[in-house]
Design a protein around this ligand. Structure first.
Ligand code: FCB
Length: 481
């Protein structure tokens, strides 16, 4: 099903090209200007949680290098920059008075971006929960959603005169199921019922923050939510049990977020599948009216696909879901499902490369929600980059990955999907969560000794794409500097 990118494929003039990052992954400066502690500070400082004990304490030191980083974005010609706000910089304990120095940092960043002609696309939450809120129960507790609503309102009031695009949450799937199910992400809990409570409280948090965006900005605001929707394909589409395995994963991964937000309900099959784990009584009267914000644009993060099969228990269960190894599963009440190894090629994350999944995902969304505009808020790849003797990073694999996926977006648009933009993950190498600095996703290299920034070939190639709004041939990447 994979096709080679069509060089010369063009994109509409209004299509937005951007790059994405997240606060904890790039900022560093974790103890500066009154920032409170986040669950990722705690988690990464706990032995055995991240590869080689890496933490985000310095990361790409973006906190001190915003001018240099904005100059890079300007050099790339980006229309927009997607970044997240660290809640504990703005509200150190997740409640109460604002830490003005933290808010000022983002206010200056926004001003500087606008002055450089780059639109800020802000995510309110990309996983760095104030530790004090986790200590009080974290996302399985309803209170966290209420606190998030307050934080969102304060922040939108402070920055909304200049920031128009607001994404409430990044990948709540990861927050709920990797944070509280498998425990490979902060806070590292392995409590299936709590993971499902977290799902609901994240949806509720989205709804409360969404109301803040609508109240403060009205028609001027663009409300968004970014999901890592899973393309879970049945191993044997003619086998009803494999088809049911894919249905179950679709409910747990995708519809449990899409439906409360877009349709004001939880999928009946999800409630049935998980009935032995929870009765969902944490969903209170009126909650689904709050979660049902609708969206001005849905953010889609896409990296790879999953292949699922009904598990027959006569062999060791394969769990090649791409979400890291753990004794506990992120897939609650899905013991009857196994995730099969897939054909390569793979990225350094071990994720299979399959651009057809991008097209399938976007066209599927366009079918189910024909009125909903879509934006690719993350797509990219980690590879083992080396600096060559010529001082350059010839990351041909990343160029090819991005080219093929951008082409796949174009194919979905040809088929009628309303896609408004594409943000490459990531602007620069950064702290890749449990993998620390051992995975590099940037189109710009970070030397973690000197913190020097170096454009990789993929950055030059991306600049050409942004400049021309047409897919450049991948072969020219090394000659574009
Ligand atoms: C996504 C995250 C992002 C980054 C990429 C590789 O799940 O949103 O922070 O880690 O994966």
């Amino acid at each position: 099903m994979t096709t080679l990118p069509r060089p010369g494929r063009t994109f509409p003039a209004a299509f937005r090209w951007g790059a994405a990052t997240a606060s904890y992954q790039i900022e560093g400066a974790v103890d500066e200007d009154g920032r409170g502690r986040s669950i990722w500070d705690t988690f990464s400082a706990t032995p055995g949680r991240t590869l080689d004990g890496h933490t985000g304490a310095v990361a790409a030191d973006h906190y001190h290098r915003t001018a240099e980083d904005i100059a890079i974005m300007q050099g790339l010609g980006l229309d927009a920059y997607r970044f997240s706000l660290a809640w504990p910089r703005i509200q150190p304990t997740g409640a109460g008075a604002v830490n003005q120095a933290g808010l000022d940092f983002y206010s200056r960043l926004v001003d500087d971006l606008l002055a450089a002609g780059i639109d800020p696309v802000v995510t309110l939450y990309h996983w760095d929960l104030p530790q004090a809120l986790e200590d009080a129960g974290g996302w399985p507790s309803r209170e966290t959603a209420l606190r998030f609503g307050d934080y969102a309102r304060t922040t939108v009031e402070a920055l909304g005169d200049r920031v128009k695009v607001w994404t409430t949450l990044n990948e709540p799937w990861c927050t709920a199921y990797l944070g509280y199910g498998s425990g490979v992400h902060a806070p590292g809990r392995q409590e299936p019922a709590a993971a499902l409570a977290a799902v609901h409280h994240l949806n509720l948090a989205h709804g409360l923050a969404g109301a803040a965006v609508r109240d403060v900005l009205g028609e001027q605001g663009t409300l968004s939510l970014t999901l890592n929707l899973h393309v879970a394909r049945p191993d044997d589409p003619s086998n009803p049990q494999d088809v049911d395995a894919a249905r179950r994963i679709d409910a747990l991964a995708n519809r449990c977020f899409l439906e409360p937000v877009l349709d004001g309900r939880y999928p009946v099959d999800l409630l049935e599948d998980t009935a032995a784990v929870t009765d969902w009584s944490f969903v209170r009267d009126g909650d689904l009216e709050i979660t049902r914000t609708g969206l001005d644009v849905l953010g889609v993060n896409y990296y790879s696909t999953q292949r699922v099969r009904h598990y027959t228990a006569d062999h060791a269960r394969s769990m090649a879901d791409g979400h890291g190894a753990s004794a506990a599963t992120p897939w609650i009440a899905a013991e009857s499902v196994e995730f099969l190894e897939q054909p390569g090629p793979y990225t350094a994350m071990g994720w299979n490369i399959d651009p057809s999944g991008m097209t399938e995902l976007l066209t599927g969304l366009a079918r189910t929600y024909p009125e909903l505009p879509l934006m690719i808020t993350e797509n990219g790849a980690a590879f083992e980059d080396d600096v060559s003797a010529d001082g350059r990073v010839h990351d041909a694999e990343r160029v090819s990955y991005v080219a093929r996926h951008v082409d796949a977006v174009g194919q979905a648009m040809d088929a009628g999907a309303d896609v408004r933009g594409y943000f490459v993950w990531s602007l620069m190498d950064n702290f890749e969560w449990a993998y620390g600095y051992h995975r590099r996703f940037g189109i710009v290299r970070i030397d973690y000794e000197t913190l020097e920034r170096t454009w990789k070939d993929s950055a030059y190639w991306y600049r050409e794409l942004v400049r021309t709004h047409a897919l450049p041939p991948v072969e020219i990447a090394a000659d574009l500097a």
